[in-house]
Ligand binder design. Structure first.
Ligand code: FCA
Length: 328
């Protein structure tokens, strides 16, 4: 190789190794992809991610990804815009390998939020940094909330039905409801009174439909508690119960989330069967993940592989104090 060629080769290598960002003009772009942009939780996450973008000086690209096709298209779109990376809550965690492959192909930094991606065998993609909730613990807190209120009302466990609004294909959903169930059982609640209501999708309407079927099949029980993966699940159960004349005095629902879905219920002039929720932090999930991907792309700071966040039981009564504690 002559001198000139050697120099050219060295130059090419140096350019190839430069961060992608060197090629792009303008501020760094970070994507934030969520499966259900209409859900208040995800709107809150986006809002806090926007805050991070403002504070750190990057541009946030928000994309709703309701299905697999849209997910892969969104990643291509980010690459075409010369984004540096993205945060993702996928519509189906089993898309994990395809999503990771797409990110690698485009050399995009990627981190998952809320729902941890899995491989073909259902094993978490442990090499993809993830921030999620401590699902089982938070589920337990929901269950303990139900137990506490049943006791406060002097309900006999034997006369109460426990509706588990279930979305078992999603590991975090399964762990959350398992935690709630275990808390009920630990308090002496009879396993025979637990009724499953599997929802087809993770929205209020699907939970409503699932709960309706379960109530129809179990008309002997006149008092109910309800729990599920999020506030939307529990709200669906509460609305279905109301439709059958099971009102606030005969229903205790405790959700998970604490976003607008729950706050709207607490703001109603008369209490509904939506007794409480375990407040989790869209601020941490939105703000911190966006910053982590930004710093990874620009400073090479790799995010922790697994961050699990905690929650706090919030009711109509203590909502202001609990939200404040969580920095909301
Ligand atoms: C999942 C749920 C959301 C929220 C989030 C933390 O993605 O679908 O409702 O609970 O986890």
């Amino acid at each position: 190789m002559n001198m000139q060629r050697r120099q050219l080769t060295a130059l090419a290598l140096a350019l190839g190794a430069a961060p992608l960002q060197a090629w792009a003009s303008g501020p760094v772009k970070i994507g934030f992809l969520v499966k259900q942009p209409e859900e208040p939780w995800f709107q809150d996450e986006w809002r806090f991610a926007e805050q991070a973008a403002k504070d750190k000086g990057f541009t946030l690209v928000k994309i709703g990804i309701p299905n697999g096709e849209r997910t892969l298209a969104a990643i291509d779109n980010l690459a075409a815009q010369k984004a540096a990376g993205f945060v993702i809550c996928a519509p189906d965690v089993k898309l994990g390998v395809a999503i990771r492959r797409a990110a690698q192909r485009h050399q995009l930094k990627m981190m998952s939020v809320d729902d941890q991606l899995v491989d073909g065998a259902g094993k978490p993609l442990a090499d993809v940094p993830h921030m999620g909730i401590s699902a089982y613990e938070i589920g337990k807190q929901a269950g303990q909330g139900l137990v506490g209120e049943m006791k406060a009302r002097g309900w006999k466990f034997e006369e109460v039905g426990a509706l588990r609004v279930a979305f078992d294909p999603l590991p975090t959903a399964r762990e959350r409801t398992q935690g709630a169930l275990d808390a009920l059982k630990a308090a002496g609640f009879p396993a025979a009174n637990v009724v499953d209501a599997p929802q087809a999708k993770t929205d209020t309407e699907s939970a409503f439909n699932a709960a309706n079927i379960a109530f129809t099949k179990n008309q002997r029980l006149k008092r109910w508690v309800a729990f599920g993966m999020n506030d939307e699940a529990v709200l669906g159960a509460v609305r279905a119960a109301e439709g059958r004349g099971i009102r606030q005095d005969a229903m205790i629902g405790v959700g998970i989330g604490g976003s607008q879905t729950a706050l709207n219920e607490f703001a109603k002039p008369t209490p509904t069967g939506f007794f409480g929720t375990v407040l989790i932090s869209p601020k941490r999930h939105g703000y911190e993940t966006a910053v982590m991907v930004f710093e990874w792309a620009t400073q090479g700071k790799v995010p922790p592989l697994l961050t699990l966040t905690s929650g706090a039981l919030m009711t109509r009564q203590n909502q202001a104090a609990v939200r404040k504690q969580m920095g909301l």
